[in-house]
Write a protein that binds this ligand. Sequence first.
Ligand code: SF4
Ligand code: SF4
Length: 458
Amino acid sequence: MSAQEASFIGGVHVPPSKGLTDKLPIERCPVPDTVCIPLGMHIGKPAAAVVKPGDKVTIGQVIGKAGGFVSSNVHASVSGMVMGLQKRYMPNGMISNCILIKNDGLDTMCEDLKPHTDAELTPEFIRTELQEKGIVGMGGATFPTHVKYAPPKEGARPIDTVILNGIECEPYVTCDHRTLLESADDIIQGLKYFLRASNAPKGIIAIEDNKPDAIALMQKKVANEPNIEVQVCAEKYPQGSEKHLIYACTGRTVPDRGLPGDVGAIVDNVGTAVAACRALRDGIPLYERVVTCSGNGVNKPGNYITRIGTSYKDIVEKAAGGVKGDLGKIVSGGMMMGFAVNSLDYPVIKGTGAVLVFNHESEFSDYVEPHNCVHCARCVDACPMHLEPTVIVTAIKKQDWDAAEANYCHACIECGSCAFQCPAHIPLVQYIRMGKLFIRGKGNGGHNPYYQVPQVKK
Ligand code: SF4
Ligand code: SF4
């Protein structure tokens, strides 16, 4: 596909609102006095704690061992003493066991961390090391990266393309944009490791056309890399969705209930490539990440390297200059796919790209009462998965799970495009998310002990 055509059908144009932070170089968030590190911060089985209260730990030390193949190790992000294990709510409403560590302020690195020579980095070693070093998708999905690079099953289509996702179509979020500008060499090296692990002949770095500086830099950096190219994609939401990015870059459609591997592709976030590069080349586990803290509710919006387990409160107060005005709305993640949360007492996890804070002067702080559907079909036009959101939601409201499934409830990628367009302000995504949980047999509230099954008259 040409640069002009690299897009998809459906989706919406959302105001990018990135001007508060896209020109600001990445800074370090001061290291907090305590961190709260969840053991279930990735897709799959949570890690199992291998430390106990009173243990002394160093940065990069394994504190949680992967609970299975689809799982990942968890590491200490500060040096200090384990204070305890605690169950805590995550922004998505689930509960995770967490390890609390009191920082001793010494920043002592784990002595076991050693760089690897290039000859050591065989495909098998890369896969093992990605799990050992806790590398998971940092674009928000937190899928363990080593699983994507497992050899394809016999007879399966071989992987021929690895796509690095530098799209970052979520409003306000700029952590990937700044990573593209400030860690370009590590991104390319990470992509080379991914190509080696998958034996794919081609790598693509995909960037939305609203980041001309990053496009120019990356094009210059890969000018002499015969198997890596930069794909410019049109600015549209949700261009960063895995399926839509594969379509834009290759013209291939991932089948319903299928995976990128079914069409010979793997997609990884650019931040994940940096983390993989540092894990594989330098032996450094994933214990910190770049977080955008933005919105009109903080005094100093910015992009901050933040230790995993740092509370949102510590980022806002220690790095972002404190809350500006009356606290209105807090969003964990992006405006479209993130979760509105009730306080700043949540920890940064490996998938936390942003913490957005708005005060009462922002329109986002206002609660808007939903109305009845006016059957305008704007949600249908907006849906990049070509679903009929209003039909699915009607089925879910009636608890008619068969009808919800017959209308492809499972195929919803929870992008929020439908709700963004809905003039009746119906919380379509929340209904669909709840419907999916019920259909998956988690209708008892999943891990949430306080959840009550709603009694709805049929
Ligand atoms: S139904 Fe799902 S996939 Fe379609 S627009 Fe709404 S949230 Fe996105
Ligand atoms: S956009 Fe909202 S009001 Fe219009 S059809 Fe969809 S759910 Fe109904």
